[in-house]
Design a protein around this ligand. Structure first.
Ligand SMILES: Nc1ncnc2c1ncn2[C@@H]1O[C@H](COP(=O)(O)OP(=O)(O)OP(=O)(O)O)[C@@H](O)[C@H]1O
Length: 376
């Protein structure tokens, strides 16, 4: 469904400085796969997805999406994909339901089908009661859900979702995923999404691609990545820091154990097989007269993988999914500052013309992050 070769994108910042946002990515995604793209802020995730969605022309390499070249066959690609970016896709003045119906009509649905589909989506995303509200009077989280309805209206073969659940409360996250899973089941939709919520990637993705500094640094199923890059976690607690320091030395010398650290009276380490290493560590401690007061081994999490790969924890840059974000009110769903001013003449029924100040001319709705009139 997606195949890229050395795909690259370099931006030229106003001072002439080159920003190599994506540096030669080779990626393939099979039909019906759900792939999460993870990476720290500024890693190149959005740039990659925007190139694959034809919103941004690559400056190097090639990409084929749904069988077509993103550079030379953009209209064919657009007919087959849905893209929900980080900016708002909805306009300002229309009522929510009309936004979705209009987009459905652009994609070739007749009025009745577009209305039926809009009603289904608004219900699935918890917007039923807001269907007649004007978008400018909706909260950030409500608009985010409307953006998703707009991106899903034409049942695309391939769906790109750039941080789709940022700004949604836990219930709406679940509603959204239930809807996506239903689409997948019914129509075999392929899904590529980025997220800062590792737990979401772990739970929803068949495969995870970790991007950093514009390159793919890991690619595999969640289980493979945990196995390859993290190893089991060992934790042993002693009665005091001095004995913990002695225990740290013992554990570090054990076969199949690495990265052993101590904090206070607690020693932690990585083990290829935690269940085998834990009893050995306890026996080694006992033989040296060290009392272990608590011991534990657990499977690695994606956070461990991420830390191992990038030296950073995604918890530092993402938000806690459990807290929900609608009430926070921050511009989590807005277009990022660095996008700078984008001039777009938006004509909802016709083609959209945009001039992107830094990235050269684009044919997409840059500011609104909507793939324009695919089926027009
Ligand atoms: N239009 C632009 N002009 C100049 N630099 C840009 C532009 N768009 C993106 N960049 C730069 O390219 C790099 C990759 O940005 P990108 O938005 O792809 O990262 P990301 O992984 O999606 O980050 P985030 O998690 O914060 O959304 C960053 O250094 C960013 O500042």
């Amino acid at each position: 469904m997606i195949s890229t070769s050395h795909l690259s994108r370099t931006f030229r910042a106003p001072g002439g400085e080159e920003v190599r946002a994506v540096r030669g990515i080779d990626l393939s995604v099979a039909r019906e796969e759900t792939v999460a793209v993870l990476g720290p802020n500024g890693a190149g995730k959005s740039t990659l997805m925007r190139m694959l969605s034809t919103l941004l022309p690559p400056t190097g390499g090639t990409a084929r999406v749904a069988g077509f070249d993103v550079r030379t066959q953009a209209p064919q690609v657009r007919e087959r994909i849905g893209y929900v970016g980080q900016g708002h896709g909805a306009g300002h003045a229309q009522r929510a339901v009309d936004e979705v119906v209009t987009q459905g009509r652009i994609h070739g649905l007749d009025r009745a089908a577009a209305r039926a589909r809009a009603a289904e989506l608004l219900a699935a995303l918890g917007l039923e009661r807001l269907a007649r509200r004007r978008t400018q009077a909706m909260s950030g989280g409500q608009r985010r859900r409307l953006d998703l309805a707009i991106g899903l209206v034409h049942l695309p073969e391939l769906l790109f979702l750039d941080e789709p659940t940022t700004g949604l409360d836990p219930q709406n996250r679940d509603n959204l995923w239930e809807h996506i899973i239903g689409m997948r089941r019914r129509g075999g939709t392929t899904v590529v999404f980025s997220t800062h919520y590792l737990e979401e990637a772990d739970r929803r993705a068949d495969r995870i691609v970790v991007v950093d500094h514009g390159r793919v640094i890991a690619d595999g199923t969640p289980a493979q990545l945990k196995q390859r890059h993290a190893g089991d976690r060992l934790t042993l607690e002693t009665a005091d820091p001095a004995s913990a320091e002695r225990l740290r030395g013992l554990v570090a010398a054990m076969d199949g154990v690495g990265t052993v650290t101590r904090r206070g009276a607690v020693v932690t380490g990585r083990a290829a097989d935690g269940r085998a290493a834990l009893p050995s560590a306890i026996v080694a401690a006992r033989d040296q007269g060290i009392t272990v007061v608590a011991a534990d081994t657990r499977l690695p999490t994606l956070d461990d993988v991420f830390l191992e790969l990038t030296g950073r924890s995604l918890r530092d840059v993402g938000e806690d999914p459990a807290t929900g974000a609608e009430e926070r009110g921050g511009p989590v769903t807005g277009v990022k500052d660095r996008e700078g001013p984008t001039t777009c003449a938006e004509d909802r029924e016709g083609p959209t013309t945009c001039a992107e100040d830094r990235g050269g001319p684009a044919t997409g709705v840059e500011g609104g992050d909507r793939v324009p009139g695919q089926a027009a």
